[in-house]
Write a protein that binds this ligand. Structure first.
Ligand SMILES: [Mg+2]
Length: 317
């Protein structure tokens, strides 16, 4: 696929996204595009809704050849929802704390990767998930994950780093009451009981954990991982097995791939998160939207693993 010539590039930047250091990358890549004689229209977003609105305007504008989205997973998700179903391709400059989707697509912190991806012109189709009419690109979490994100977002204020997650995680581990949920995959009940569940399209989650290790973002399927869990001891066991990439073999884990998922609460409030932001309340109606967006990716690049992610977190590149 080639970029439409004589058009402009819509450059959508969230100035408030997670990390401030990565704004350098956004500047460098914009300079590169201008050196290559592309007309770049810069848009600074004021809110997540704003990112979606700008992307939608670009998607229906025939003169727009490419949308570049600079921001964290939340910003990228909103831009993708704005572009969904259009032919206008997308490129991502990660500017958040986790950058789950950018990492899965093989992007890193080196400007050379972006220059090569742009000139290489290698595109892939990206599926997305829809939950109660809201888009998610990476991972939807039900249970303790939702509780961590809620605690975190109540305190969130501007730029953030990994250390800001420490207290929300710590407090959630000790306060969480594992909720009783019912899960259906493609119309069949697969589990009813206390659990935490993950649905998504990417193989690496926070800090590179391979919870949905078989996920492929363009296979037209969502991956589902259900951890049967009713105590903290079991939570620690799941955490260790996941770190060792052995969780899928555990009898306490259900892993499958499907197109539609329903999650219902059997008792009380159940918290959810989508791509690191607070998610919708139960019941959840989730489905995959295959080939929702064309994304420009570095050809042959692989997602970074746990070691690389830890190195990046500590500031070593
Ligand atoms: Mg998939």
């Amino acid at each position: 696929m080639k970029l439409r010539e004589n058009g402009y590039i819509a450059y959508i930047v969230n100035p408030k996204s997670g990390a401030s250091s990565t704004t350098l990358l956004a500047h460098q890549f914009k300079d590169f595009l201008e050196e290559e004689n592309w007309r770049v229209e810069l848009y600074l977003t004021k809110s997540l809704n704003d990112a979606q609105r700008i992307a939608h305007r670009a998607a229906v504008d025939f003169d727009c050849s490419l949308v570049v989205a600079c921001g964290g997973d939340g910003t990228i998700r909103e831009v993708i929802q704005g572009l969904e179903g259009s032919d206008t391709p997308l490129m991502i400059i990660p500017g958040g704390t986790e950058n789950l989707l950018a990492n899965e697509l093989g992007y890193d912190e080196h400007i050379e990767t972006y220059r090569k991806a742009f000139t290489g012109g290698f595109f892939r189709e990206l599926d997305i998930g829809m939950v109660n009419s809201k888009c998610f690109t990476s991972v939807l979490g039900v249970g303790i994950d939702g509780e961590i994100v809620r605690r975190f977002s109540e305190k969130r204020n501007g730029h953030i780093s990994h250390i800001d997650y420490f207290w929300p995680i710590w407090r959630s581990i000790w306060a969480h009451r594992f909720p009783k949920i019912l899960i259906e995959a493609d119309g069949k009940e697969i589990y009813c009981g206390r659990a935490m569940a993950y649905v998504g399209n990417i193989s690496r989650y926070a800090i590179g954990l391979e919870i949905l290790s078989k996920a492929n973002y363009s296979d037209g399927l969502l991956d589902l991982c259900v951890y049967k869990c009713n105590t903290r001891l079991r939570l620690f066991k799941h955490a260790i097995l996941t770190l060792l990439k052995l969780h899928r073999d555990s009898s306490d884990v259900i892993y499958c791939q499907c197109k539609k998922i329903r999650v219902l609460s059997k008792k009380g409030e159940v918290l959810t998160q989508i791509d690191g932001d607070p998610g919708p309340s139960l019941p959840l109606e989730i489905e995959v939207v295959p080939n929702a967006v064309h994304v420009l990716v570095p050809e042959g690049a692989k997602p970074a693993g746990i070691r690389t992610r830890l190195r990046r977190m500590m500031g070593f590149h």
